[in-house]
Design a protein around this ligand. Structure first.
Ligand code: ADP
Length: 332
């Protein structure tokens, strides 16, 4: 018998594992404390919270924080994304249907169209939009008052946001990759919810391969659960966790297919670089933005890749990790 579709089950599990309150949100102490103050003060003043911009690589908790903000403010939440807002009219439709105090979450806000972005400036600052009716000389603009709302924008590339948009956020939080200890905590909580038995060393093994990212930690935990179920393993220890993750080709440092492809291209095709980002992206068959926002930040943090003015360079650690020997240096 087959119950729910696999993708739906994975999605439902991911949703179930999301922390619902700020106090359950692991790590990111600085952002959490600052945000807590912003929310507490708005509650005391009975106003909608100031607009919040969250930046950082995928899977670090931006959507989760937006949901927590709405929950902590006891407000409704509307979720949309930059690519879904191509026309100013799309945004006008969303803004004009917001209710008092509602939280509007725009994921990938840097990918919104220019006209929509300009409409957002006024909405954020004055809680007002001008709706243009008609075309050409006969066009008129009708001002529309909006209820106070909180915009939560998420972006993997804060640097790409135009200054005027960035400046209109009252609070900006940058999410960092999680430490192994923090991922350990995420995993312990998730395992409890999934009713899994995992030893402390088992957690440590999964955490160290989770690429500093809670979404990946939870995904690996589910894969370990599959492995344990099929192999009849009741309690997952370090050996079981590492055998399970080896099966899924997650390497000991947590690098995934794209991370490895980037390093391999750098080392084997360009003797370690420097190589321009777009050349690198073409070689691994990915969009430049994906390489820059998904693979690079973690490789840089791990000291495997360096950004230089002349391009990307593989470090000695990268050669070592791939089990390759770097070419001899020119001695001149
Ligand atoms: P983003 O929006 O940054 O891509 P999400 O908020 O969707 O990331 O988080 C992905 C998953 O990771 C969520 O389902 C949640 O379970 C988990 N997660 C993220 N941050 C945390 C955290 N700080 N503590 C516990 N779980 C987290």
């Amino acid at each position: 018998m087959v119950g729910t579709a696999p993708a739906a089950e994975e999605k439902a599990l991911e949703a179930a594992l999301r922390p619902k309150a700020l106090e359950d949100f692991v790590g990111q102490a600085t952002v959490r404390n600052q945000l807590s103050l912003v929310l507490q003060s708005s509650r005391m003043r009975s106003t909608a919270a100031d607009h919040v911009l969250l930046s950082g690589p995928p899977g670090l908790g931006k959507t989760t924080l937006a949901m927590i903000i709405a929950a902590e403010m006891n407000a409704a939440l509307r979720i949309t994304s930059g690519p879904a807002i191509q026309h100013a009219g799309d945004l006008a439709a969303i803004l004009s249907s917001l209710t008092d105090g509602e939280v509007l979450f725009i994921d990938e806000i840097h990918r919104m169209s220019r006209p929509a972005e300009e409409m957002l400036y006024m909405a954020m600052e004055d809680f007002r939009v001008d709706i243009i009716v008609g075309k050409g000389a006969g066009a008129t603009s009708i001002p529309l008052e909006l209820p106070p709302f909180t915009l939560v924008g998420a972006t993997t590339r804060a640097g790409l946001l135009p200054g005027p948009l960035r400046d209109r956020f009252g609070f900006t939080g940058h999410l960092e990759f999680y430490s192994t200890q923090e991922l350990h905590q995420v995993l312990r909580r998730s395992a409890g919810m999934l009713d899994m038995r995992v030893s402390e060393e088992g957690f440590a093994e999964i955490a160290s391969r989770s690429r500093g990212t809670p979404r990946i930690a939870n995904r690996l935990l589910r894969r370990v659960r599959d492995w344990a179920l099929v192999h009849g393993v009741d309690q997952v220890d370090r050996t079981a966790a590492s055998q399970a993750l080896d099966t899924y080709e997650v390497d000991a440092r947590g690098l995934d297919r794209l991370d490895r492809a980037v390093l391999e291209a750098l080392c084997t095709k360009f003797k370690g670089g420097p190589v321009g980002l777009s050349t690198l992206a073409i070689l691994v068959g990915e969009e430049t933005e994906t390489v820059e926002t998904v693979a690079e930040p973690y490789l840089v943090r791990e000291g495997l890749l360096a950004r230089t003015p002349r391009g990307r360079v593989a470090t000695d650690a990268a050669w070592q990790h791939l089990g390759l020997t770097p070419p001899a240096q020119d001695s001149q």
